[in-house]
Design a protein around this ligand. Structure first.
Ligand SMILES: [Zn+2]
Length: 104
């Protein structure tokens, strides 16, 4: 056991003490793996997981954030439905059935 100086109040204290008896400064080393860090890592891995699954599903025909892909699909759907002579709601239904998507 050695006598060292407190980093806060500069009083002499024991090197084994966990907190300064004079000013109450805490010398206890914080664990490297804290609950907060674990939660942070979990959150980050969740975000990565969701990001990857979002990218994967955007490659599907049914769901796409790519406007040019949607436009191509819409063009194709229109061409198909224009040939059917459908009107009004039936025409809209035909568009949707052929993969027509509104561009947001
Ligand atoms: Zn102190």
């Amino acid at each position: 056991m050695a006598i060292i100086k407190c980093g806060e109040c500069l009083n002499e204290i024991s090197s084994t003490t966990k907190s300064c008896p004079h000013c109450g400064a805490n010398f206890e080393k914080k664990p490297i793996i804290t609950f907060k860090r674990v939660m942070k890592l979990l959150l980050i891995s969740f975000f990565i997981y969701f990001f990857i699954s979002a990218v994967k599903s955007s490659g599907d025909i049914d769901y796409s954030n790519n406007n040019s892909t949607i436009r191509d699909n819409n063009e194709r759907a229109k061409n198909i439905c224009l040939k059917t002579n459908l009107m009004g709601d039936a025409f809209d239904k035909c568009l949707i059935n052929n993969g027509y998507k509104l561009i947001h």
